[in-house]
Design a protein around this ligand. Structure first.
Ligand code: ATP
Length: 278
């Protein structure tokens, strides 16, 4: 069961704040993540994106406001608590064992076994077949599921991690800058699987610096600035240009443009020309 049918957001933050000592990393953050939607979280360095995912994924607690899952307030004390509610995080630096096969990494920490007592052993056939089927279901076609995961491209590894999270029952998938270290083609492949996860009914939270990538798959956009929500808009109410402008600090850029216009006007005015000519 991946979708929430009663119209309640799978994840909702209501006025959430988080401080590190006397540093305010998040303040009054409200947003809703719906099933079958990609919610993009954008913002410059230090805007609070990492802190936000740490709160949602159960790594950090929050100091103010409310965090609700399926309409019910939660206080996670570890990522395991979040995972138990179906909230999975795929980090940019994926925790994989490079020399182990793709299927072995797929089941890492959740191995399938057969037999009991002293006869209990890994069910290699079941794991290989399941990993293969799950990857194919997502449209991920790897040449060889036995190859070491370290030989896959960064983009392919991200895709395996997405398929893995879905297989283990994720309803909300948090992707931390999944395209940041990738070239154009690989980033495109990862975005395709982000859309596939959304189409499978998950609520996807995509953290990114890149408004172009966000706009390719996003249904909803939240721009953070200095720990606060600067923009919270649905796709239908936004253009890529407007999103890019918000990311670049639209209001500040506009102020700077006026300032430059004023300077130019004074330096080319007759009075200033006279002054310059002495
Ligand atoms: N462990 C910490 N202790 C103290 N301050 C922190 C800690 N982690 C983050 N901060 C501060 O909180 C604010 C938000 O940081 P955060 O890492 O969440 O931003 P970000 O948007 O993820 O930035 P980046 O894109 O650079 O990763 C920043 O001012 C940062 O210096």
């Amino acid at each position: 069961m991946t979708s929430n049918t009663d119209g309640v957001a799978v994840v909702e933050l209501d006025g959430v704040g988080k401080n590190y000592g006397n540093i305010c990393a998040l303040s009054g953050v409200s947003l809703a993540v719906e099933a079958s939607e990609v919610t993009c979280i954008l913002g410059d360095n230090g805007a609070g994106k990492s802190t936000l995912i740490k709160v949602i994924s159960g790594l950090h607690s929050y100091d103010e406001g409310r965090y609700l899952v399926d309409g019910e307030q939660v206080r996670f004390t570890s990522p395991r608590d979040a995972l138990n509610r179906g909230i999975a995080t795929v980090y940019q630096d994926l925790a994989v064992v490079p020399l182990m096969s793709v299927w072995r990494n797929f089941f890492l920490g959740s191995e399938v076994t057969k037999g009991t007592g002293p006869w209990r052993r890994l069910d290699v056939t079941a794991m290989r077949e399941t990993a293969d089927a799950e990857l194919r279901k997502m449209g991920i076609d790897l040449p060889d599921i036995d190859q070491p995961i370290g030989t896959l491209s960064g983009g392919q590894r991200q895709c395996v991690a997405i398929a893995r999270a879905i297989h283990f029952g994720a309803r909300v998938l948090i992707l931390d800058e999944p395209t940041a270290a990738l070239g154009v083609k690989q980033a495109g492949v990862v975005l395709k699987y982000v859309a596939a996860a959304r189409d499978a009914g998950l609520g996807v939270i995509l953290i990114t610096h890149n408004p172009h990538h966000a706009f390719m798959v996003g249904d909803h956009f939240v721009v953070l600035r200095q720990g606060q929500v600067e923009l919270n808009a649905a796709r239908r109410d936004l253009t890529l240009d407007a999103l890019t402008l918000h990311m670049a600090g639209g209001a500040e850029l506009e102020e700077l443009r006026h300032e430059l216009d004023r300077l130019e006007a004074t330096s080319t005015s007759p009075a200033s020309a006279g002054w310059k000519n002495g």
